[in-house]
Design a protein around this ligand. Structure first.
Ligand SMILES: C[S@@+](CC[C@H](N)C(=O)[O-])C[C@H]1O[C@@H](n2cnc3c(N)ncnc32)[C@H](O)[C@@H]1O
Length: 259
């Protein structure tokens, strides 16, 4: 993957693109008014991440572009700030201040909800094994600005790490985080999930392993949580109790960690 800017960028944007390239180990390539397909071809890469003044976009020629955006996450975040409950937080049994390890960051929406609710004293770490998605996330989380300052602050507090979750979990001490969360790509995709479709081309689609769940149980103090399609066999295979939610197409599965 290469990193570039829009045409005629201001120096601040070039600096942001250069820093992002350094942080992710990707090459920064000046745009030089070239089209993105030409730029990608010239550098023999598959995709390009474009840093813009108010957006960051991942582009693979011939595929739909993907922009960092909290989508429904912003609506849910505003509800949480108003004191309303959210099914993710209830399933996790989270209280403000809890620490969360989100093992499958994706678009960062669920991490945002944990961070908004967790508040200033909580710590949310978001793991993403796909390099293009990791790069999109760190730029988006540090720059994306909404009309709500508390949502912006919640984005900035999330620590994004480029790692496979099994490797990361193995390196953590016992009982070192309150909640460990998994939202892997569903074994059978929901055909109408508009926000996940563009992500699929970049995402790690491997099934969650029993070994990762065993490590999560060792690392968690309170809850290990899994999101999957409702009635998925994954809940039973991995030892989670499924919490069915009426007609919802997705469920959360929980493993409670005793004292
Ligand atoms: C369904 S998406 C998660 C969506 C996310 N909960 C959100 O709110 O946007 C799953 C993500 O987990 C990542 N992933 C899958 N397996 C992983 C692993 N072993 N380690 C780290 N990330 C992984 C995928 O690359 C993908 O981006």
């Amino acid at each position: 993957m290469i990193i570039t800017t829009g045409n005629d960028p201001i120096p601040e944007i070039v600096q942001r693109a250069v820093s992002l390239a350094e942080r992710t180990g990707c090459n920064y390539v000046p745009r030089d008014n070239l089209s993105l397909p030409k730029l990608v071809k010239r550098h023999g890469e598959e995709e390009v991440l474009v840093v813009l003044q108010e957006a960051v976009r991942l582009i693979r020629p011939g595929m739909p572009p993907m922009e960092f955006h909290p989508s429904m996450g912003y609506v849910r975040a505003k509800r949480i700030l108003k004191g309303e409950t959210d099914p993710l937080l209830s399933a996790a049994d989270m209280i403000p201040g809890d620490s969360v390890l989100d093992c499958t960051a994706g678009l960062g929406t669920d991490s945002l909800l944990f961070s908004v609710y967790g508040g200033e004293t909580s710590k949310v770490t978001a793991l993403e094994s796909s390099l293009p998605l990791y790069a999109l996330l760190i730029e988006g989380m540090s720059q994306y600005t909404t009309g709500k300052e508390r949502v912006n602050e919640a984005f900035r507090r999330i620590q994004v790490v480029n790692s496979d979750h099994l490797d990361y979990l193995r390196a953590q001490p016992d009982r070192s985080v309150d909640i460990v969360y998994f939202d892997p790509m569903f074994r059978v995709p929901l055909t109408d999930s508009a926000s996940i479709s563009p992500l699929r081309q970049y995402a790690n689609g491997e099934a969650l392993s029993l070994e990762s769940v065993a490590e999560a149980k060792r690392v968690a103090r309170k809850t290990v949580l899994l999101k999957e399609k409702a009635l998925s066999g994954e809940f039973e295979r991995l030892g989670f109790t499924e919490l069915l939610r009426g007609s919802s197409k997705t469920s959360y599965g929980v493993i409670k960690i005793g004292n």
